[in-house]
Design a protein around this ligand. Structure first.
Ligand SMILES: Cc1cc2nc3c(=O)[nH]c(=O)nc-3n(C[C@H](O)[C@H](O)[C@H](O)COP(=O)(O)OP(=O)(O)OC[C@H]3O[C@@H](n4cnc5c(N)ncnc54)[C@H](O)[C@@H]3O)c2cc1C
Ligand SMILES: Cc1cc2nc3c(=O)[nH]c(=O)nc-3n(C[C@H](O)[C@H](O)[C@H](O)COP(=O)(O)O)c2cc1C
Length: 783
């Protein structure tokens, strides 16, 4: 068998090693355009888990690599004169040059042909190869040559960065966030061997421009960075090696395989340097490729297996890298944060590290985060304990005169079980039990302002006395038996009206018994949905009046808060999104025009709703569709509502058009809440695939939202918040006297359960190489 590998970087060399071990008889050649020790860059990083993999797949190169490594355990965040260190991270650094020399040596030893200074341009010269591995890096010539087939997407990011080196020793992975006269600069730095550290400098394009870096050469820009970070460099120089300022290209390829050619490493997909995974991904690709060739009977099947089996892992890493790079691109959002909260945000930016996880590893750090959070709450007028603070989830929040006992919220969820809009016994039990379950705030389902404002025949409403009486019974129950506040969500279905109950076909038009629907523009939701009537001014006035009448009824019911539903493609949302609003009058066109009617309704409600009671608005912060609402629009939308008195923006996404392409995942809508909160400077509630109290605390502590709503988790667990309170020891949570024995038991047991759980986690966690190394070098204690 003949294998040609184009590119002698980590991906190409490691695949040569693994394939040669697997098939000693194969003729394997690596073609590398540079010379053998001509490598660029400084250090590379690997996690302990990646090193475990290397050990399993090729022990000799693993041993040589780990002999050369620098280990560290801590991440240090420097910001505004403070430094926060968090241990237990288990990373290793190594010189890229040495790594490549080790891999070259090992490949040679196994009998791989290494051809340097051999720049491959024409693949036809390799026609006799059974397998061609394209490991030609980020600017892959062959990915581009066959772009029609591989279909790469290259997203060139806005921030600029440059790799440099230094002799400055470092005992932690170090992030430095530095204010300058031009704007913020960030240094990502780590030591990779004795006396050598990698320094990646990053900044936004405006700061780059203002700092005049565009016109400086490599040496001059290193001098400029040395001036900025001189206080930390401590007299050590900055070294350059092709240290040009560049923009990071986030590369994804739809296909990785073409006949007998396969893309691996940076050539097929990149991951932002802030999560230190470029070389790791490249070498793990080589492992996956070798595994697939071992398992499948033919090359064709093996390449399919590689692509199929590896894609999810790569995309997961890329997603984490994406989230991380976006955090760094928007660091200005957090620039005025308390430094400890800022550091918590850095640590938890990519979702893998959470509040609980940090509590295990760095309890003092999390305690400091909790204290800072409690201090902010205290400054807001609450007499909370700041010496022994409760977790953020159990800190109170005030919106106008409504004080919430905690930050957990039951998200609005239609139950499709009302009769002619009247909520019945099901609703009483449903809302009542969730209120008793401990959430600080519960929302009603979308409550429709008129009969023809309903989504389905089962939707609840508030347009007549019978409905008002039923809602009052629910509100009274909640107030009498729980510590929860209850918010009324008012909405109008618009073009999504006259559709079937959720379990009969979500958003599908009713076959019989429907009613006329209206919207901003006459565009049906599904091609076979009703064509909505385009609203004229009289229709708008009528809708506005029905919203106001329902709010007045809501006030008589005793609701604590009012939410205007402007999300999910319903009537008011259909005005906001350009995908559903094609009007040519003053309610269509620019965002300000599209917002005109929703704002008008909000202002009318605000006038009717008591001034001491808060109001929120629910928005879809993105349509997840080409040409639709984006996060930046959501900031403008939030600002517009804030100007007319909104107290909280309930940040949801999508459901505007049926061909949307949402990117789901844990906490997938939280980045939009973070953006709206910290750019529009308005309180937000986030929601969406948030399933644990740990996530709730992580989001709140990092300043990504002020309240956290959970929908589906509350459908199966009304006592979600009470259980979390027991876990975090928040024992002042309200509980009706009938249930006190249950509360006492869970609080008692939770202390032990939590201890057992933490012990298990600590025991299950293997020692990091840094810990093992420090144990091995510790002097023996005197007897
Ligand atoms: C300048 C630079 C500095 C970097 N520094 C660091 C760092 O300090 N730390 C870190 O963790 N990551 C660093 N990275 C990123 C990291 O190197 C990559 O994520 C990782 O190396 C990917 O491995 P790879 O084998 O896929 O690609 P690469 O390492 O880029 O290897 C591709 C190889 O293919 C060769 N090649 C390309 N085209 C041809 C051709 N037509 N014919 C023959 N040979 C060809 C190139 O010369 C190169 O050696 C750096 C990247 C760059 C571009
Ligand atoms: C059964 C069900 C009904 C819903 N009804 C409404 C509703 O009436 N109003 C609304 O704004 N959102 C509604 N939603 C959306 C939820 O409020 C929430 O945003 C969504 O479920 C995502 O959160 P989760 O992942 O915690 O479930 C509904 C969701 C579900 C599952």
């Amino acid at each position: 068998m003949k294998i040609a590998i184009i590119g002698g970087g980590p991906a190409g060399l490691y695949s040569a090693i693994l394939l040669k071990k697997q098939r000693p008889e194969a003729e394997i050649t690596v073609y590398e355009r540079n010379r053998a020790d001509d490598t660029f860059g400084f250090g590379v990083v690997f996690s302990d888990a990646t090193l475990d993999n290397f050990e399993r797949y090729d022990a000799p190169s693993y041993r040589r690599i780990t002999q050369e490594f620098a280990y560290w355990d801590d991440i240090a965040v420097h910001f505004r004169g403070t430094v926060h260190r968090v241990g237990g991270n288990g990373f290793c650094g190594c010189s890229r040059r040495k790594l490549l020399l080790i891999l070259q040596e090992r490949a040679r030893e196994l009998g791989v042909h290494l051809l340097f200074q051999s720049d491959i341009d024409d693949i036809t010269g390799l026609a006799d190869a059974d397998l061609v591995v394209l490991a030609d890096g980020i600017n892959s010539r062959f990915r581009e040559r066959y772009a029609d087939h591989f279909q790469p997407e290259i997203d060139v990011r806005s921030n600029v960065f440059a790799w440099m080196g230094s002799s400055r020793p470092l005992d932690a992975f170090t992030f430095i966030f530095q204010e300058t006269e031009w704007g913020p600069f960030i240094a990502h730095a780590y030591q990779y061997e004795m006396g050598h550290s990698t320094w990646i400098f990053e900044t936004d394009p405006e700061t780059f421009e203002r700092a005049g870096l565009k016109n400086l050469d490599e040496k001059q820009s290193a001098d400029r960075m040395a001036e900025i970070f001189g206080w930390f460099l401590d007299g050590h120089p900055l070294l350059t090696n092709r240290s040009m300022w560049r923009n990071f290209p986030m590369i994804r390829s739809k296909r990785w395989v073409r006949d007998n050619m396969v893309l691996i490493g940076d050539a097929k997909a990149t991951a932002h340097f802030s999560i230190g995974s470029g070389t790791k991904l490249a070498m793990e690709d080589a492992i996956a490729l070798a595994d697939a060739l071992h398992r499948a009977p033919t090359i064709e099947q093996a390449l399919k297996l590689y692509e199929h089996g590896r894609r999810e892992e790569v995309e997961k890493t890329q997603h984490a890298a994406d989230v991380s790079l976006v955090w760094f691109e928007h660091v200005d959002r957090f620039w005025d944060f308390d430094p400890v909260q800022f550091a918590f945000g850095v640590m938890t930016r990519a979702k893998a590290i959470t509040y609980d996880n940090l509590t295990l590893r760095a309890p003092e750090f999390v305690n400091e985060v909790d204290k800072a959070f409690a201090n902010q709450v205290r400054a807001g007028g609450f007499d909370v304990d700041v010496a022994k603070p409760l977790a953020p989830m159990f800190q109170p929040l005030r919106l106008r005169e409504m004080a919430l006992a905690n930050r957990a919220v039951v998200s609005p969820m239609c139950m499709y079980s009302a009769k002619e809009g009247v909520p019945g016994d099901f609703h009483l039990v449903h809302y009542g039990s969730r209120a008793i379950g401990g959430a600080g705030l519960i929302f009603t389902e979308m409550t429709c302002v008129s009969r023809d404002a309903r989504i389905t025949p089962g939707c609840a409403g508030l347009w007549n006395d019978e409905q008002e009486a039923s809602w009052r019974r629910i509100v009274d129950f909640v107030h009498a038996n729980s510590g929860a506040k209850i918010a009324l969500q008012l909405g109008h279905a618009g073009r999504k009206g006259a559709t079937k109950l959720m379990w009969d076909g979500m958003d599908r038009p009713l076959e019989e018994g429907g009613w006329d629907v209206q919207s901003a523009s006459p565009i049906p939701y599904f091609p076979d949905s009703q064509i909505p009537r385009e609203m004229d001014r009289a229709a708008m006035d009528a809708v506005k009046a029905s919203f106001v009448a329902a709010a007045e009824r809501g006030e008589r019911c005793g609701f604590d808060m009012l939410e205007l539903h402007c999300a999910h493609g319903y009537l008011l949302a259909s005005f906001i999104s350009p995908l559903t609003n094609q009007r040519t009058d003053e309610y269509g066109g620019a965002l300000a025009n599209r917002l005109r009617f929703p704002l008008e309704v909000f202002e009318a409600l605000r006038a009717a709703w008591p001034a001491h009671k808060p109001m929120s608005v629910r928005i879809s912060a993105t349509d997840w569709a080409e040409g639709g609402i984006t996060g930046d629009d959501a900031v403008e939308i939030a600002r517009a509502f804030a100007e007319v008195g909104v107290d909280l923006v309930d940040v949801s996404t999508g459901q505007t058009v049926r061909d949307a392409q949402p990117i789901y995942g844990r906490m997938f809508q939280t980045p939009f809440s973070e953006q709206v909160r910290n750019e529009a400077r308005v309180a937000t509630m986030c929601v969406g695939n948030i399933t644990t109290a740990d996530q709730v605390n992580t989001i709140l502590a990092a300043g990504r939202a002020d309240l956290v709503a959970l929908g589906r988790p509350h459908l199966v667990d009304p006592a979600f918040t009470l259980k979390a309170a027991a876990w975090y020891g928040a024992d002042d949570i309200a509980c009706p006297p009938q249930y006190l024995p249950g509360k006492e038991q869970i609080f008692r047991n939770s202390v032990r359960d939590r201890q057992d759980f933490d012990d298990l986690k600590i025991k299950a966690k293997p020692k990091t190489r840094a810990e093992l190394k420090s144990e091995a070098t510790k002097p023996l204690a005197a007897e």
